[in-house]
Write a protein that binds this ligand. Structure first.
Ligand code: UDP
Length: 249
């Protein structure tokens, strides 16, 4: 696929990058080679003119629920705030990696930390997008007990994104765990309602609910296959599309 050939089918996209896209498979922490790899893919879609906001996860550093479960002296909300701060660490890494390949960015956080990033202000975020800056959204929702998937869905609603792209290491949504069941069927299209009814692990239920309420499709795809992010942006049928069966792009 040549760099200039892609015509984006979306105007504004919310990309959810989980913490595990910041490290090697099976590892934790941050590996800048992985972050650079994702950044290069983002650079390529940025030059199509698509407006791009990115919500970072933090699971490569700390997940609140898991950390609280193994740490008797930590209160659950504290652990969740630690998780939110982890997403800011990832956001900073992503910002530098993107700027290193020439992509203009802004980092906005749901927890104020003026010395590090702008606060999330919806109108300001939209303005940055209109000016062609990639906006990295960190610190989730700013409130404990939810995930960055929910933050991604909420922000998608707030900024009127046309689609939520959920970057994963699997090829889409399966009827069963493809790692345990090699015969598991992959859905190419499925509705939000069906995802919720079957309890499929796409994004958490709150996130799917938010997208369903505003009729925002979710595309779940394997970001590790070269060119996949571009193909999704170009409207190719990659991975699984969660949404109404009608064309909405
Ligand atoms: N978190 C939170 N509120 C939010 C978003 C995230 O408390 O609005 C915490 C939560 O503890 C979560 C952690 O931040 O486990 C890291 O985010 P997440 O687990 O969603 O990261 P991912 O799985 O995408 O890497």
């Amino acid at each position: 696929m040549s760099e200039l050939a892609i015509q984006p089918v979306y105007k504004r996209v919310l990309l959810k990058l989980s913490g595990n896209s910041f490290c090697r498979s099976g590892e934790s922490g941050i590996t800048m080679a992985e972050v650079s790899n994702v950044s290069e893919q983002i650079r390529r879609i940025h030059q199509t003119g698509v407006q791009l906001a990115i919500v970072c996860g933090g699971g490569n550093i700390l997940r609140g629920r898991d950390f609280a479960a193994v740490s008797a002296s930590i209160q659950a909300p504290t652990a969740h705030y630690m998780g939110m701060l982890a997403t800011v660490i990832n956001g900073l890494a992503l910002q530098d990696a993107l700027e290193n390949v020439g992509v203009p960015t802004r980092l906005q956080t749901a927890i104020r930390m003026e010395g590090v990033a702008e606060p999330f202000i919806r109108r300001r975020c939209v303005r940055h997008l209109e000016k062609g800056r990639v906006v990295i959204l960190a610190a989730g929702t700013g409130s404990p007990f939810v995930t960055t998937d929910t933050a991604a869905a909420l922000r998608a609603r707030e900024i009127n994104a046309d689609v939520v792209l959920k970057a994963t290491r699997v090829d889409g949504v399966y009827a069963d765990d493809p790692e345990k069941n090699p015969h598991a069927i992959r859905y190419s299209d499925i509705t939000h309602q069906e995802v919720l009814r079957q309890g499929l692990k796409v994004m958490d239920a709150q996130a799917v609910h938010h997208c369903m309420e505003q009729n925002i499709p979710i595309v779940v795809f394997n970001y590790q296959k070269p060119g996949n992010l571009e193909r999704v942006i170009a409207g190719e049928k990659i991975g699984t599309r969660v949404g109404n069966p009608v064309r909405d792009a």
